[in-house]
Design a protein around this ligand. Sequence first.
Ligand code: SAM
Length: 174
Amino acid sequence: MIPKLHDQKTKYDQAAISDYVLRHTKEHPASKKLREVTMQHKHSMMLVSADESRFFGQLVRILGAKKCIEIGTYTGYNTLSVALALPDDGKVIACDVVEAFPNIGKPFWKEAGVEHKIDLRIQPAEKTLDDLIANGETGTFDFVFIDADKPGYDAYYEKSLQLLRPGGVIALDN
Ligand SMILES: C[S@@+](CC[C@H](N)C(=O)[O-])C[C@H]1O[C@@H](n2cnc3c(N)ncnc32)[C@H](O)[C@@H]1O
């Protein structure tokens, strides 16, 4: 089961945190273009916020990550942030069920020169996680971002725990 994520009594100054992240991180020009294109899309409410995505890019760098998973890719804005933060031989497994969504992002992945780091899998994410486990990749991933259909979260979390290396990080978008 997913543990309780935060204490309702805890107060966060979200504006200050967002401002800090935006002041201390950069957005790649291709990411900026993809974000602007995605904001015109009819499902743009699914797009991660720029501060969240730039924070994840920084986290991937701090972790020294080489293997990541994005569960719920949409147009691939966060996938691009993660790919930009990975070393040249790093990989992000990008999961989605709607091929048309990441097709919007692909030209921007290419423009940023990171398309070779993105392994897009169009099928239910649970199947992709099962494939990775069956392929012997248990305990090898550094970072997993869960941001897809909410009923799937428990399964994504449990399978991600298997795939994660000791000290790896799972982030969940609510
Ligand atoms: C909130 S959006 C992801 C936003 C994305 N992380 C970003 O950077 O903007 C959720 C995505 O999950 C995808 N999705 C829904 N059900 C899924 C499933 N069973 N397996 C994989 N992806 C799924 C949707 O098609 C949608 O693109």
